[in-house]
Design a protein around this ligand. Structure first.
Ligand code: CP
Length: 338
């Protein structure tokens, strides 16, 4: 299901000053917008690389609205909001009055009336966050925590922060391989957009034809397609393995998981084809023995758990920046180093 939007995300994501108001998708944001998110996220680590706590969003209310399951995104948004000293409410959608026939609009208007400043929204329908920001609650900052197969912008930004913190090269000099189910993945889509915006010109997507986008021409020449995994990972600096999104696949795209692992699983031999200090990433949830071997997931080159920690910093940045207009009036701009 896709919810149609009337305006381009860039028209409603930014306020009149060009600063973030809603965070719906990477597309339409500039390199400077993305760099601001990364710099702000980095500022939430202290000199010992520990995340800080700050009163930046004291008195603000963040509501987590997860219409689809999540472990990492929901929890790290809650952790992020608490580190910014905001009030956090996790709305239990399964027990809400949506089960009694209340519409999404009515649910959201009632939550807005409870003095919500920010809605963090995950929904299985592509375009849901955009629809809410555009037509339902434009005065609440809407953060997209993943919508259908469309976008997962905070995952992309935590992946970019991880690449920036763990690689010793600028984006323009990196070769990045994204492996697996590209076709159904909102993470792949947002990561490709973020990498392109940040100047990466060697992006490789690797997978069987059934799991690669049909309209591959949507991507520019920065993105190369590989069905041969060995050729695709050769000399890469960054490898991002993706889960097969079975819940979004209507008909079988693979003969078997064993067959997928044989052809596209990230194992020791394949990792050895990449650069010696290549980093291995995975957004989670991870299926060991399908897209990645346990020895690689837990190995020295894996930064998978660092992605999770960086997710708190990035989500702190996005929450804080979406309130930037109000914070400036309160003299908080200096605290954010903006
Ligand atoms: N990466 C990610 O979105 O994980 P969750 O589904 O657990 O939030």
């Amino acid at each position: 299901m896709h919810i149609a939007a009337q305006h381009q995300p860039s028209q409603i994501q930014l306020n009149q000053d060009g600063n973030l108001k809603h965070f719906l998708t990477i597309e339409g944001l500039s390199k400077s917008n993305l760099t601001q998110i990364l710099d702000t996220a980095q500022s939430f680590f202290d000199d010992n690389n520990n995340l800080i706590t700050t009163p930046l969003l004291e008195g603000r209310t963040v509501m987590n609205l997860f219409f689809e399951n999540s472990t990492r995104t929901r929890t790290t948004f809650e952790a992020a909001a608490k580190r910014l000293s905001a009030n956090v409410l996790n709305i239990d959608i399964a027990r809400s009055s949506t089960s009694k026939g209340e519409t999404l609009r009515d649910t959201l208007w009632n939550l807005e009336a409870m003095a919500a400043d920010i809605f963090v929204v995950r929904h299985s329908a592509s375009g849901a966050a955009h629809f809410i920001a555009e037509t339902v609650c434009p005065n609440v900052a809407i953060i997209n925590a993943g919508d259908g197969r469309h976008a997962h912008p905070t995952q992309a930004m935590l992946d970019m922060l991880t690449i920036r913190r763990e690689s010793n090269k600028p984006f323009s000099e990196l070769s990045v391989a994204i492996i697996g189910d590209i076709k159904h993945s909102r993470v792949a889509r947002s990561n490709i957009a973020a990498l392109q915006t940040l100047g990466c010109s060697d992006i490789r997507v690797i997978g069987p034809r059934t799991l690669l986008p049909v309209a591959f021409d949507d991507y520019s020449q920065d993105v190369r397609l590989f069905t041969d995994m060995d050729a695709g990972v050769k000399d890469c600096d960054v490898i991002i393995a993706l889960r097969i999104q079975n819940e979004r696949i209507d008909s079988p795209a693979l003969s078997s998981q064993q067959e997928f692992y044989k052809l596209y699983g990230l194992n020791e031999e394949r990792l050895a084809l990449a650069k010696p200090n290549a980093i291995v990433m995975h957004p989670g949830p991870m299926n060991r023995g399908v897209e990645i071997a346990s020895s690689i997931a837990d190995g020295a080159q894996s930064v998978i758990l660092k992605q999770v920690t960086n997710g708190i910093a990035v989500r702190m940045a996005v929450l804080a920046l979406s309130m930037q207009g109000q914070l400036q009036h309160q003299g908080f701009a200096d605290t954010l180093s903006l």
